[in-house]
Design a protein around this ligand. Structure first.
Ligand code: GLA
Length: 728
C-alpha cells in the first residue's frame, strides 16, 4: 500500500520506493503538512512547534491559545484570509466581495490507479502503478469544497498534486488564485534553481540562495514561456549532481503560471507552484467546478542526477503518449533554415533526394506552403495549399517524396491569424482583442480565440482537409507569439484548455502522425505539451555551442527523447559561429536528431560525415533516448560541456564532450564519468583502450589536446567481458 491512513491521529502517509510524504488533519480540522523526504515509517507530528507568536493570527476556534497560528504552522493548501500572512495557494472572492476561504477536513478516499483531470494533461498510470488519495476540504460559510488530489507512483518515486475547486454554495464566487501544490518546510536552508531565458536562448540555469521574503517567477504571456520554464528545484545549500537533498516541482501546464519561494519570519520555507493570479479571475456559478493543472513532485536524497532520472522516466513512461513514445523516431530534414520562405515543390523534392542519399528518413516542409505566405506578414489562418507556389498538388508532392523512400512532414500554426488573411477578413472577431482597443501585434500576427469552440472547430476542419490530402507522417505544431489583449479573467486558462482539446482531437484522429511541438523554438517546452507532442523543438537557436547550454538546462527535468535538436549550416544563422560538422552532430545527438540545412551546398566530404552520423545515431538511438542521462560538466562554468548516456544494465555508454574554450598551454582535461560499474572493464571503441569503471569515474577519461576551437568527441564504451575475442 502506497497510501496509509492512521485514523487515530488522522495522519496520511504517501510512500514511494525511496520517499515519504505526510500530512495530518489536526484538532481543528486544518490540514497540516508534516513531512516530505527520504522514506520514513515514523509519524512526524512531533515536528509541529507551538509557541506564542506575536502578531500572528489565531483561528477563532483556538480561543485564547496564542500558540496556535496558521501563520507559522506548515500547511498543505493555505488560503488567504485565515491569519496566515505568507503566500497562499488559494484565494476565493465571495459573492459579497470578501476574499476569504477557510478550509477544514471533510472526508477522504483512497483509490487504485491515478486520477485524471477534466480537459487537462496529467500523468497517467494503470492500477498496478499508482494510487490516488483524494482529501476533501470544505469552507462551511461559502460552501466551497476543494478536493486535493495526490497521485502516488511508488516505483517511480513520483507524487502528483492537483486540486478541484467546487462551488457547492448558492452564490457565484470567483477563483482569484489557485496553486496546484504547496510545500512547507519547518527547517532547512535552501537554494532555488530556476530555468530562465529568452527566445533563442532558453532554460539557462540560475541557482540562488533562498532569503527572507518572496522570490517568484512565472509567465503572463499565455504560454509557459521562453523566459521562465514552469519547473523549479529546491535544493540543500550543499547539494550537487550526486550528493544532497533536492525537491522538484514540474507544472503540467502550458500557460500562465506562478512559482513562489518564501522564507518566513521564523526561517521556514514555503514553495508554491500553480496558475498565475494575474490576468486571471475565474467565475464559478453554484454547482460548477474548476480544475487546477497538476504538479509533478519528486524528492532525491542523492543530488540532481537522481532527481533528473526520476523526471525523465516519468515523462517518458507516464506523460508522453502515442505510438512514438518508445519507438524509434524518423530522423528528419527541415526546410526552414534550408530555404525559409523561398521554396517551391522542386526545392522540397531536391531536399528529399539529398535526404534519401544521406540516409535521412523524412523531409519536413516548414512555414510558407499555404495561402499566399511568402513572408511572415500574411496568410496564417488560410490553411489551404498554395499549389501555384508548389507547382503541384500536395498529394503529388508527397507521392514524389515517398517514391524516393522518404517520409513527409508538414508545419502548421493553428492558433494564429494574420490580419492579411481570408480568415481574418471573414471573422475579425475570432482574433483575441480587447473591446474598443487596437490589438497588440507580434510577428505581425494575432491569436485566434481558442477558448471558443466554433473557432477551434473551423480551424480543425481546415487542418484535417490538408492532412487528408496525402501520406503525412509528422506535424510540427508551432505557436509564434505571446498572448495579449486578455479581455476576460477566464481567457488565459480556457485558451490553454482549448489548445489541449484541439490536440486531443488531432492525436485521436491521426494516431499514426508524430507531433513535434514548437513555440518560436522552446517557448512552450513543458510537460503539458509533452502529453500530446512527445518531442518539442527545443530552441530556434541551432548554434552547437549555445545549444550545449540550452540542452543542459532542459535536461534537469526533460528527457532527451523530448528534445528536438538539429544540425544546421555554418556560419550559424543565429550566432554567425563556425563549428565543425562533427561538433554540430554530437550536440544534436543529445535530442531527437535531425538536419536543418541544404545538403546540396555541402562538399562530398561533409556528406560522408553526415552518412556516418546517421549510422551512428541509428546505432545509439535507443541508448540516447532511453538510457540514463548524466551531466558531466556545467557548461555555464566549465571550459567544456559534457554529458553521457548509460544503458540500464550499465554495459554500454556513450560519452559526449564539446570544448567551449581553448587556451595556450592547456592543462590536461580529464572528464569523470558516471553511472558505470566500478569493478567492470570498459573498452573504448575508437582507441581500443581498456579502462576500469573506477578509473573512468574517479580519475576520468583523458581528452585529446585541442588543435582548434570547439572540438568535440564522442566516446563509445562497452563492458569488456561482453565482447568476445578482443584483448588489450
Ligand atoms: C518558428 C519556429 C521555426 C520555424 C518558424 C517558421 O520560429 O521555431 O523553427 O518553423 O517559426 O515561421
Amino acid at each position: 500500500m502506497a497510501i496509509i491512513y492512521n485514523p487515530n491521529k488522522k495522519i496520511f502517509s504517501l510512500h514511494t520506493r525511496n520517499t515519504t510524504y505526510q500530512m495530518m488533519a489536526d484538532r481543528y480540522g486544518y490540514l497540516l503538512h508534516l513531512y516530505y523526504g527520504s522514506a520514513n515509517k515514523g509519524l512526524m507530528d512531533y515536528t509541529l512547534a507551538y509557541a506564542d507568536r506575536g502578531y500572528s493570527g489565531q483561528p477563532y476556534e483556538a480561543g485564547n491559545d496564542r500558540t496556535y497560528s496558521l501563520d507559522t504552522l506548515p500547511q498543505e493548501y493555505p488560503t488567504l484570509g485565515t491569519g496566515d500572512y505568507r503566500n497562499y495557494a488559494l484565494n476565493i472572492e465571495n459573492a459579497d466581495g470578501s476574499e476569504c476561504c477557510s478550509l477544514k477536513f471533510s472526508r477522504y478516499e483512497i483509490k487504485k490507479g491515478k486520477y485524471r483531470l477534466k480537459g487537462l494533461p496529467a500523468v497517467w498510470a494503470d492500477e498496478k502503478e499508482a494510487e490516488t488519495l483524494e482529501i476533501v476540504l470544505k469552507d462551511s460559510v461559502s460552501g466551497i469544497e476543494v478536493s486535493l488530489l495526490y497521485g502516488v507512483l511508488a516505483e517511480e518515486d513520483i507524487i502528483t498534486r492537483s486540486a478541484v475547486i467546487r462551488n457547492t454554495g448558492e452564490e457565484r464566487v470567483t477563483v482569484r488564485k489557485a496553486a496546484a501544490a504547496c510545500l512547507d518546510f519547518v527547517s532547512g536552508d535552501f537554494d532555488v534553481v530556476k530555468f530562465y531565458g529568452k527566445h533563442a536562448m532558453e532554460r539557462n540555469v540560475e541557482r540562488t540562495r533562498v532569503g527572507h521574503g518572496t522570490a517568484s517567477f512565472g509567465s503572463r504571456r499565455g504560454t509557459s514561456s521562453h523566459q521562465y520554464n514552469p519547473s523549479v528545484i529546491l535544493a540543500g545549500r550543499d547539494t550537487t549532481e550526486d550528493f544532497g537533498g533536492c525537491y522538484g516541482m514540474l507544472f503540467v501546464y502550458s500557460g500562465n503560471f506562478l512559482c513562489e519561494v518564501e522564507k518566513d519570519q521564523i526561517n521556514q520555507t514555503r514553495l508554491l507552484m500553480g496558475l498565475s493570479d494575474e490576468l486571471f479571475s475565474y467565475p464559478l456559478e453554484a454547482g460548477e467546478e474548476f480544475t487546477v493543472p497538476e504538479v509533478i513532485l519528486s524528492y532525491s536524497a542523492n543530488g540532481f542526477a537522481e532527481l533528473s532520472h526520476r523526471y525523465h522516466s516519468c515523462i517518458r513512461s507516464h506523460v508522453c503518449r502515442g505510438k512514438y513514445v518508445n519507438t524509434e523516431r524518423p530522423v528528419l530534414i527541415n526546410s526552414w533554415e534550408a530555404a525559409y520562405f523561398d521554396f517551391n515543390g522542386a526545392t522540397i523534392i531536391s531536399l528529399a533526394k539529398e535526404a534519401a542519399a544521406l540516409g535521412i528518413d523524412m523531409v519536413v516542409m516548414d512555414d510558407g506552403w499555404f495561402g499566399r505566405r511568402n513572408d511572415d506578414n500574411s496568410s496564417l489562418g488560410d490553411w489551404y495549399v498554395n499549389e501555384e507556389k508548389l507547382g503541384c498538388t500536395l498529394a503529388e508532392l508527397i507521392c514524389s517524396i515517398n517514391s524516393l523512400g522518404v517520409k513527409f512532414g508538414i508545419w502548421i500554426e493553428p492558433e494564429m491569424v494574420n490580419e492579411d488573411s481570408d480568415l481574418y477578413r471573414q471573422h475579425p472577431d475570432w482574433a483575441i482583442k480587447t473591446k474598443n482597443r487596437a490589438p497588440v501585434r507580434s510577428r505581425n500576427q494575432l491569436l485566434l480565440d481558442f477558448s471558443r469552440k466554433e473557432v477551434r472547430d473551423y480551424v480543425f476542419g481546415q487542418i484535417c482537409a490538408v492532412l487528408d490530402q496525402g501520406n503525412i507522417e509528422y506535424i510540427k505544431w508551432d505557436m509564434n507569439r505571446s498572448m495579449s489583449d486578455v479581455y476576460a479573467g477566464n481567457l488565459t486558462y480556457d485558451y490553454v484548455l482549448g489548445v489541449y482539446d484541439f490536440l486531443e482531437k488531432l492525436t485521436s484522429k491521426y494516431p499514426d502522425i508524430l507531433l513535434e511541438g514548437c513555440c518560436g523554438g522552446g517557448g512552450r517546452f513543458d510537460a503539458g505539451m509533452m502529453y500530446y507532442t512527445p518531442q518539442i523543438w527545443c530552441s530556434d537557436n541551432t548554434d552547437a555551442i549555445n545549444r550545449t547550454k540550452i540542452q543542459y538546462g532542459s535536461s534537469f527535468f526533460y528527457p532527451v527523447s523530448a528534445v528536438g535538436s538539429h544540425v544546421s549550416a555554418v556560419p550559424n544563422h543565429q550566432t554567425g559561429r563556425n563549428t565543425s560538422l562533427n561538433t554540430r552532430g554530437i550536440t544534436a545527438m543529445a535530442g531527437t536528431f535531425g538536419y536543418e540545412m541544404n545538403p546540396a551546398l555541402l562538399s562530398e566530404e561533409d556528406k560522408s560525415v553526415i552518412r556516418e552520423q546517421m549510422k551512428r545515431y541509428k546505432k545509439y538511438e535507443t541508448l540516447i533516448c532511453q538510457g540514463d542521462y548524466y551531466r558531466l560538466s556545467n557548461p555555464f562554468a566549465d571550459e567544456y560541456s559534457s554529458w553521457m548516456f548509460v544503458s540500464e544494465d550499465k554495459r554500454q555508454a556513450l560519452v559526449n564532450v564539446v570544448r567551449l574554450e581553448v587556451q595556450g598551454n592547456m592543462a590536461a582535461t580529464y572528464v569523470k564519468l558516471k553511472g558505470l560499474k566500478k569493478e567492470a572493464e570498459y573498452l573504448d571503441h575508437s582507441t581500443g583502450r581498456l579502462y576500469t569503471g573506477v578509473a573512468l569515474m574517479e580519475t576520468g577519461i583523458l581528452l585529446p589536446f585541442p588543435k582548434k576551437e570547439y572540438e568535440a568527441y564522442q566516446i563509445e564504451l562497452t563492458e569488456f567481458e561482453k565482447i568476445s575475442g578482443i584483448r588489450q
